[in-house]
Each structure stands twice: as structure tokens, then as C-alpha cells.
Design a protein around this ligand. Structure first.
Ligand code: DAH
Length: 366
């Protein structure tokens, strides 16, 4: 056997024997690397006579090509084998049965938001959203709270250090009311929306968390008055708490963005250590509990949002979602809502199959 044939047979044997990518790479370096035996042979071509080169050149080049091809083939074979091995070990049997007990549960806040959407959808309301990172124009100014308005200070606002391109201060929205402005600007009148979502205030104790949930309501149309507001809230609370004996009291109040403004109280009684909604708050054994704020949208707010207050008017309301969730489902510590404790979720959470629907009932049982 000539030296070249010997070299070729050595190379092919070693390539065949390489068990993995590293071993194969070592063989490649040994033969075709900078100091590899075939590379060294190629360099000798330069010192040969032209006649020698004519026979030796093609022979050495042929050897190099044959070895390179064998290495490439072996590489493909090794990769295929590796893929087969992975497919075999990572096999997933999709026919396995689901676990005996359901693993996740729906958080009461999500459940109540779904209930709200379902009830208000039946009354013709769409769900609107807005950003949680807001600017102070939407969160305050357009809601009739000028820079110097004392209500701004009452909101315990989390501000960002930045201002936006229009020089507006950025903040975490302190209420869902800015969605009113965005909805009016985006769609004009008439409007019927609710806007559930997260809001933020720098406030923390047993009944306040820095993040909590509100639902905003907004109706804009011709000839809207306080009677529409009271009927809408009453109809909502009856459907939400699933009882007919809901009595609301609208108590005069003040919000910059409504005129007149009212606070919404509901009659309730105590059953053990639990407050149960229902009944007339002035009757013996009953009392009033505040559920939220509302009123007729201030004409200045309509103007800020580009709606003509001589043609359109409307009402708005804002309710604390966490609060009505606690009332309906009997939790008494707000902070536990956001602890992420799986035991709490297992106890108070809802089955994903318990979709609230008006026909089947919006009062899913935990
Ligand atoms: N945005 C108010 C708050 O967070 C709640 C509120 C009051 C909303 C009256 C309204 C309203 O839409 O009309 O304290």
C-alpha cells in the first residue's frame, strides 16, 4: 500500500471509530487541522518538481477531499443519532390522564371581574381598558383636578421621575377614572363602558394595599340623569349579590369629576362576624356601608375629552373590586389577596370551569 493509501485507510478507520462530536473533531484536527498530517503533505507540493506535482497534487487533494467527505458524513450520522436519542428520552405521552385533582384555581378578583363583565354586558356595556402607567393629564387634569387641586394630594400618587414627550408627569394611575377620558376621546358619544383594572396608591395597612382593583363605569348619551345611575347600580348589585332586597342610598358627596356627586351606600346586617348585604340600612339591626363613588359627569370633564356638554351628559361610578369580592365571598383580610399563598387560593379560588354566566348564575361557589 502506498503511503497515501495507508494514510487514507488510517483516517477512515479513525473517523468510523469516533463515538461523538468531540472525538470526530479530534480526528479532523489530526488530519486536516493546521498541523494535520494531510495538511502537512499538501505543503510539500510547493517543493516538488513540476512533474512530481502533476501526479502527487491530484492524489493528495483527492485524499483531502475523501477524508473531509467522510468526516462530514460521520458528523451527520452522529447528529441524527443524538436527535434520535433525545426524541426517545424526551417523549411526552399526551394520552396520559389529567391529574386527579385540578391544580390551579381562578383568583377571586379575576372571578369577580368576569362576573362584572357578564352582568354589565347584559346591560349593554363594553369593557374598556387603559394603561396602568398613566400621565398626570389623564389621571388628574382632564378629570378636573388642576395642578394645584387638593384632591391630587389625597391620592398618595406613585410618580415616575420621567415626563413624557408632551411634558406630562408619568405616574401609576391612582384610579380607573382616566379610562373615562380615554374612552371619550377614542369613541366620542354615546358611550356605555366599564373599565376594571389595577390601580396604585402609596398606602398600606390592614384594609389598604399599594395595588388594588377598581371598576369604573361610564354612560354618556342624551338625556341621562341620576335616575339612570341609581337604576343601573341597583340592577347591577342585585345581579351581583344574587338577591332582590338590595337597597341603595345615594349620599351627597364631592368628586372633582362629577357634579352633583354622590357616594353609594348599601344596606347590610351582621351575621356572626360577617357582613351580609341586603335590607334597608335605617331599619333596626341594619346599617349602611359605602361601596363607591359616582355622580353626573362634570361638564368640564366632557369638554376636556372633546364632548359637547350641551348635547350630551352622563353618569360615572367607581367601585372597589376587592371590597365587593370580600363582601360576596366572605374573606376578611385584604392583604391575603395578594400574598400568593396557594393554600388561600385553594380555599378561596374558583374552578376554571365555573365561568360566570347569567343563565347559569354569576355566583360561582368556591
Ligand atoms: N375615582 C374615584 C376614586 O378612586 C372613584 C369615583 C368616584 C369614580 C366618583 C367615579 C365617580 O367615576 O363618578 O376615589
Amino acid at each position: 500500500m502506498s503511503d497515501l493509501e495507508q494514510l487514507k485507510s488510517d483516517a477512515l478507520t479513525q473517523i468510523e471509530a469516533a463515538g461523538d462530536a468531540d472525538a470526530l473533531e479530534a480526528v479532523r484536527v489530526a488530519f486536516l487541522g493546521k498541523q494535520g498530517s494531510i495538511s502537512v503533505l499538501l505543503k510539500t507540493l510547493g517543493k516538488m518538481t513540476p512533474e512530481e506535482r502533476q501526479t502527487q497534487g491530484p492524489a493528495i487533494q483527492g485524499l483531502r477531499a475523501a477524508v473531509a467527505d467522510a468526516i462530514a458524513d460521520k458528523k451527520t450520522t452522529l447528529e441524527n443519532a443524538e436527535l434520535d436519542a433525545r426524541l426517545a428520552t424526551e417523549k411526552l405521552d399526551l394520552t396520559l390522564p389529567a391529574p386527579d385533582s385540578p391544580q390551579g384555581s381562578i383568583h377571586p378578583v379575576s372571578q369577580v371581574m368576569d362576573e362584572l363583565a357578564e352582568i354589565f354586558a347584559d346591560l349593554g356595556f363594553a369593557v374598556a381598558t387603559g394603561p396602568e402607567i398613566e400621565d398626570d393629564w389623564h389621571n388628574f387634569t382632564a378629570l378636573n383636578m388642576a395642578e394645584t387641586h387638593p384632591a391630587r394630594a389625597m391620592h398618595d400618587t406613585f410618580y415616575f421621575p420621567d415626563v413624557d414627550a408632551d411634558g406630562r408627569r408619568m405616574l401609576l394611575r391612582t384610579h380607573t377614572s382616566p379610562v373615562q377620558i380615554r374612552a371619550m376621546q377614542a369613541q366620542g358619544a354615546p358611550i356605555r363602558i366599564i373599565a376594571p383594572g389595577r390601580v396604585y396608591r402609596s398606602d398600606s395597612d390592614a384594609t389598604h394595599t399599594p395595588m388594588f382593583h377598581q371598576v369604573e363605569g361610564l354612560v354618556i348619551d342624551k338625556g341621562i340623569h341620576l335616575g339612570h345611575l341609581k337604576w343601573t347600580l341597583e340592577t347591577f348589585f342585585k345581579a351581583f349579590f344574587e338577591r332582590e332586597d338590595i337597597t341603595l342610598r345615594l349620599r351627597p358627596s364631592y368628586f372633582p369629576f362629577t357634579e352633583p356627586s354622590v357616594e353609594v351606600d348599601v344596606g347590610y346586617s351582621n351575621e356572626g362576624d360577617r357582613r351580609v348585604v341586603g335590607g334597608h340600612g335605617d331599619e333596626p339591626g341594619y346599617d349602611w356601608m359605602e361601596l363607591g363613588g359616582s355622580g353626573m359627569v362634570n361638564a368640564r370633564v366632557l369638554e376636556f375629552a372633546g364632548i359637547d356638554p350641551d348635547e350630551y351628559q352622563g353618569f360615572a361610578f367607581g367601585l372597589g373590586i376587592d371590597r365587593i369580592a370580600m363582601l360576596k365571598y366572605g374573606m376578611n383580610d385584604l392583604r391575603a389577596f395578594f400574598d400568593g399563598d396557594p393554600r388561600w387560593l385553594r380555599h378561596y379560588g374558583f374552578s376554571p370551569f365555573d365561568q360566570p354566566t347569567l343563565s347559569a348564575g354569576v355566583g360561582a361557589k368556591a
